[in-house]
Ligand binder design. Structure first.
Ligand SMILES: [Cu+2]
Length: 460
């Protein structure tokens, strides 16, 4: 749990020792708050400095700070952490202040920030403030703009948040390993002018990916493409919080991408516009309506919309492999193959094996024996049955009359009568199919297309 009382107590005691010179003394290092929970923590309302409407971090939290003179002081601790991806699977990662990703750093345009970084990793690190416009020596590139922070040491970064917007932080020191281990977090800088594009609910999260073999706990940090855990804030469906939204709210969702591929992020039931990138605010004249926005590697997209359509709306990456858990890719397509004989033979060789999908996937309802510490590929259930998803998937739940700060799961949507797809009672044995009069070929038996290489298909 966050030891906020201790943290504030320290803050009061040390407030008089304000180092207004911009050079922090060792004695003034603030206590580092810690987080044990993996669920979305309530928004952290500012108790000092300019006012703003705080963000909430999906399955995460905001880092408390203290005022020291006119500086906002934060303390990040880089350290090994244990992170639950979803019930049934934990990973040994590296992160900040007890979790991976690290807490969201939230400030206001014009704030002077002093960020202490203590290195409790077994190797050196730095922190780069991605997208923040600052002096070169505060940019956190080990060797280039500063010495690497050795294990056990604390460095301090001091700069002014000159621009409002959405940014990230991550190491620039053994970067491939440290980011693959989950070291990253989001930065939100609110506009000083509170009337600039205000929203009622402001969600933030960062995307990361891991390759963790079933039954193991450590990501394979040298993997470049074939990941099996596609995570939002180091959580995978059904471990990702739903986004509870009040009907009529103006909503912003800020998404950072520190995986090694792009993610087309798709929201059902609404049209939105990208309002902000890690480069700044997108002018209104340059925005266009979308339901999916592609988020490139190493970038942020924040999109805004009005939640005017009540319901349970899927919100997910549109790469279907990214909404699976623990997925292997060296698998043959057996759709159309009679699996009875195959299963018999295979059953003798490997009793726990299952022949997948001769009629398609439909694995959401199956139960297979699994090793400890892994997740089913397709999982989760809703009020109508299995959802058959994993990875980068959750639900935006838009409801009438939620309280302002109520982010709790409101449960399944109660659909108004007559608004759910339903089975039709057909009097015939089979649903009618159209038959093409000219060729007399039934639609169910398609002819090979011209130019199709049938030889090449034999091996399938
Ligand atoms: Cu994706």
């Amino acid at each position: 749990m966050l030891s906020r009382r201790n943290f504030l107590g320290t803050a009061t005691a040390l407030a008089s020792a304000a180092a207004v010179t911009g050079r922090a003394q060792a004695v003034t290092i603030p206590e580092a708050p810690m987080m044990e929970k993996v669920t979305m923590q309530p928004p952290l309302y500012p108790t000092s400095g300019p006012d703003y409407n705080p963000v909430v971090t999906l399955n995460g939290w905001t880092l408390p700070w203290r005022m020291n003179g006119d500086w906002k002081e934060f303390h990040l601790v880089a350290e090994p952490v244990e992170r639950e991806f979803a019930e049934g699977m934990k990973a040994y990662l590296w992160g900040y202040n007890g979790q991976s990703p690290g807490p969201t750093i939230e400030t206001v345009e014009g704030d002077k920030v002093r960020i202490f970084v203590t290195n409790k990793l077994p190797e050196h690190t730095t922190v780069h403030w991605h997208g923040v416009i600052l002096p070169s020596g505060m940019d956190g590139v080990g060797g280039l703009s500063q010495p690497h922070i050795p294990p056990g040491k604390t460095f301090v970064y001091e700069f002014e948040m000159k621009h409002s917007g959405s940014f990230m932080y991550h190491p620039h020191s053994d970067e491939m390993v440290q980011m693959a281990m989950g070291m990253m977090g989001m930065i939100v800088v609110h506009p000083r002018d509170r009337s600039f594009r205000p929203v009622d609910r402001d969600f933030v999260f960062i995307m990361s990916s891991y390759l963790i073999d079933p039954g193991t706990y450590l990501p394979k940090v040298t993997e470049m493409t074939d990941f099996n855990m596609w995570a939002w804030n180091s959580r995978v469906f059904p471990g990702i919080d739903p986004l509870a939204v009040r009907l009529g709210d103006r909503v912003r969702v800020r998404v950072g991408n520190l995986t090694m591929t792009n993610h087309p992020i798709h929201l059902h039931g609404h049209s939105f516009a990208v309002s902000c990138t890690d480069g700044g605010w997108v002018p209104e004249s340059a925005q266009w309506p979308e339901v999916t926005t592609d988020i490139p590697v190493g970038s942020i997209r924040a999109f805004d919309f009005t939640a005017d359509n009540p319901g349970d709306w899927a919100f997910h990456c549109h790469k279907s492999h990214h909404t699976m858990n623990s997925m292997g890719h060296d698998v043959r397509n057996l759709i159309g193959v009679n699996k009875k004989d195959l299963a018999k033979v295979l059953g003798k060789l490997a009793p726990d094996a299952m022949v997948m999908g001769t009629t398609g996937g439909a694995m959401g309802e199956m139960e297979m024996p699994m090793p400890d510490n892994t997740l089913p590929m397709m999982t989760g259930s809703g009020q109508f049955g299995p959802i058959e998803m994993g990875g980068m998937f959750t639900v935006m739940k838009i409801r009438e009359g939620l309280a302002r700060d109520d982010y709790r799961d409101p449960g399944p949507y109660k659909h108004p009568p007559g608004t759910v797809a339903y089975e039709v009672a057909a009097p015939q044995k089979e649903a009618p199919r159209q038959v093409n009069d000219k060729t007399k070929t039934k639609a169910t038996e398609p002819k090979p297309m011209k130019g199709m290489n049938m030889k090449g298909m034999k091996g399938m």
